[in-house]
Ligand binder design. Structure first.
Ligand SMILES: Cc1ncc(COP(=O)(O)O)c(C=O)c1O
Length: 473
């Protein structure tokens, strides 16, 4: 016998579905910028002593959605993700409905087999024929597990006896994601032992500099244990030269982890997968499906060439006699995860992948690159805009420029007005000393018309600032 769904429950569910539909069909504004102090004032955020019932939950949902940034709209180009994938959205809801936890097969039979199938497919795409892996909470977590496996490879006994972080050093490009520092922090490696390797003018790690830094660290008595190469850097979308880096790592027996959180989806495209040539030579890779593939947060894979290393670094779970039974070793995913209770992130990826197929993902990725090329060409043809970095992926770095005006102040002000106007949201960043604007194409609702409107709005806001016209919204 299931639970009773009475009329009130049933109406509630119908109302929730109708709100989902209204949300998807509704607004044209990405954001309705409001100061935190004002939002706090006009919202009911109190936690009641007596419950207020399901009807009130509908009001709370309305209040929440009204003030949420509309990440499904085309003007949302801020982080490295956006839009909505309906099959994946359904997977998210159904996974929550079933509410399984991924640690044992017994509790999550279908989800376990689905995750294994996805991981196997992603390993094939990366070129890890006998590889394995796990879904994680994101690229940050994947980078940390990569560094952890590298540390185990360099010093297996340390897992038992503790690590002396002082002598272990890791190498990353100076444009790598900050999660590498987080990983060094959590694992006791220390920030000073993350060596930032210089990049070329396109933001790619310089292999000659990597060799120099490795040599220098050895002379200093340190032990190089890990190189983290980036496939798709956060700001410029640059791809480090994996083949050459892998050669250096293999010559010196250093673990190579590839942070493909952002760029991994290039592997779907016959045209763009060359960006990650040599990835099969790496030891581990992380790849976010919640970025370019548009899965709801979170959905990310950590993949490893030698599965036994991941099994070893997760061996703390072997004492959990209350959870893992010996005969289920091969199917209990909790044995290759750092988490205990874990969400089912596999179903949504499975549904989306089955809906689209490899060919559908390839078309999506290629259409994004085409739109990014279009934006690049618009910038090049607009006298007041400057392209601030070569474009390799779908990150497009630009600024509004006029002579004799401080460009950094101008572009910060421009972004502020753009976001407050509410039609577009894009990120602000730095390249060297320059403040830049970075729209990213990773949202299926963006079209060339969206790009025309974006460029028009950037130029118009920039012109207003230059003419001293105050902002009004
Ligand atoms: C290159 C790169 N690596 C890792 C991450 C972290 O990914 P996540 O947000 O999934 O933890 C990001 C996030 O933007 C990224 O750009």
């Amino acid at each position: 016998m299931g639970i009773d769904i009475d009329i009130e429950d049933s109406q509630f569910l119908d109302e929730v579905v109708s709100r989902i539909r209204q949300y998807l069909e509704g607004s044209s504004q990405v954001s309705d910028y409001i100061l935190p102090s004002r939002l706090r004032k006009i919202s009911d955020l109190s936690i009641p002593l007596e419950g207020r019932g399901l009807e009130n939950a509908l009001n709370d949902i309305d209040q929440f959605l009204k003030h949420s940034v509309k990440t499904n709209l085309p003007g949302f180009m801020n982080p490295l993700w956006g839009g909505i994938n309906l099959a994946a959205f359904a997977g998210e809801i159904i996974a929550t409905l079933a509410n399984n936890s991924m640690y044992t097969y017994e509790l999550s039979p279908m989800a376990t087999l689905i995750e294994q199938s996805l991981i196997q497919r992603m390993c094939e795409m990366v070129g890890f024929a006998d590889g394995n892996g796990t879904l994680t909470t994101g690229g940050s977590n994947g980078n940390m597990i990569g560094m952890m496996c590298a540390r185990y490879h360099a010093n297996p006994i340390g897992q038992q006896q503790g690590f002396d972080g002082k002598s272990l050093v890791c190498f990353v490009s100076e444009e790598s994601h900050y999660s590498v520092l987080m990983s060094a922090n959590v694992l006791g490696i220390g920030f000073d032992n993350v060596i930032k390797v210089g990049c070329d003018s396109d933001g790619r790690m310089r292999v000659d500099k990597l060799e120099e830094e490795i040599h220098r660290s050895k002379v200093n008595g340190q032990t190089p244990f890990c190189v983290i190469a980036t496939s798709g850097t956060t700001v410029r979308g640059s791809f480090d030269p994996l083949k050459e880096i892998a050669q250096v790592c293999s010559d010196q027996d250093i673990w190579l982890h590839v942070d493909a959180a952002w760029g991994g989806s290039c592997l779907f495209s016959a045209t763009h997968r060359r960006l990650m040539d040599g990835v099969e030579l790496a030891d581990s890779v992380c790849w976010d499906s919640h970025k370019m593939m548009g899965l709801p947060l979170v959905c990310s894979a950590f993949l490893i060439k030698k599965p036994e290393v991941l099994r070893k670094v997760c061996s703390h779970g072997d004492v959990a006699h209350y959870l893992f039974l010996d005969d289920a070793e091969k199917v209990d995913l909790g044995r290759i995860s750092l988490q205990c209770g874990r969400r089912n992130d596999a179903l949504k990826l499975f549904l989306a992948w089955r809906e689209k197929g490899d060919a559908g993902w390839a078309r999506l990725v290629e259409s994004y690159v085409e739109i990014a090329e279009y934006l690049e060409s618009k910038i090049k043809s607009e006298a007041k805009l400057q392209l601030m970095s070569s474009r390799q992926w779908t990150n497009v770095c630009l600024r509004y420029y006029v002579a004799d005006i401080d460009s950094n102040v101008l572009n910060k002000n421009l972004r502020d007005r753009l976001v407050k106007t509410g039609n577009f949201m894009l990120s602000q960043s730095n390249i060297g000393d320059d403040v830049i604007l970075r729209p990213v194409i990773a949202n299926p609702s963006i079209t060339k018309e969206t790009i025309d409107e974006l460029v028009e709005e950037i130029v118009s806001i920039g012109d207003d600032i230059v003419r001293g016209i105050p902002f009004s919204n």
